[in-house]
Design a protein around this ligand. Sequence first.
Ligand code: SAH
Length: 248
Amino acid sequence: MDIPRIFNITESAHRIHNPITPEKLAILGAALRLESGTRVLDLGSGSGEMLCTWARDHGVIGTGIDMSQLFTEQAKRRAVELGVAHQVTFIHGDAAGYVSDEKVDVAACVGATWIGGGVAGTIELLAWSLRTGGIILIGEPYWRQLPPTEEVAKGCLAHSISDFLMLPELLASFGHLGYDVVEMVLADQDGWDRYEAAKWLTMRRWLEDNPNDELAKEVRAQLTSEPERYAAYTREYLGWGVFALMPR
Ligand code: SAH
């Protein structure tokens, strides 16, 4: 079981697989007023940076589940590196339908809401693991500017304009689902650059090391076209944030 190999190639050097930066992850941890012993569940935990740094900085205890074997191994190594391997557990697996045995204080899905079939389904899934009074974290894109055409939405690698909402509508949608938005930390274009532009050097180096790989052509094509596509579309039109929710 694994995610498509192309992501394990292009994001192999990422610690954070999203436009949020280490600084903003730290801001989010502080904003949530995490206390020592806070239990955190993270579906789609990637390379584990959120859980590992919050374990180091706030003493949280956590479990992350991720379908990428590579990212899960990187998460385990990061936990050892930060001296928090006794506080965090990383499981390689499909997080769809995952409910924790013990209820958690914070249930998160940061940039992987397809796991629950969309934002609403993911909130519902996370709620199964959440203790009364706990906080749900959802990381999700929104439109910074509404794409004027469906072509522009596709340029942002969305299927259509309807894939995402504008920020006020996204915040309102949490209310319609019965949740208060109690905090948020938003990415900016510099954060998007860290996520997207970091892939380019990784691709370039991978191509030099793997010229005959079956994915070499695809990676070459992406490296050639991505900077321009990203600058014209994603960087201009797409926002991204982590939203902290509590049931009303
Ligand atoms: N939250 C992490 C990773 C976000 S990227 C971070 O912010 O860094 C999305 C992650 O979802 C990837 O790590 C990918 O491997 C993982 N993923 C995709 N489908 C999944 C599934 N069905 N179950 C668990 N993880 C999944």
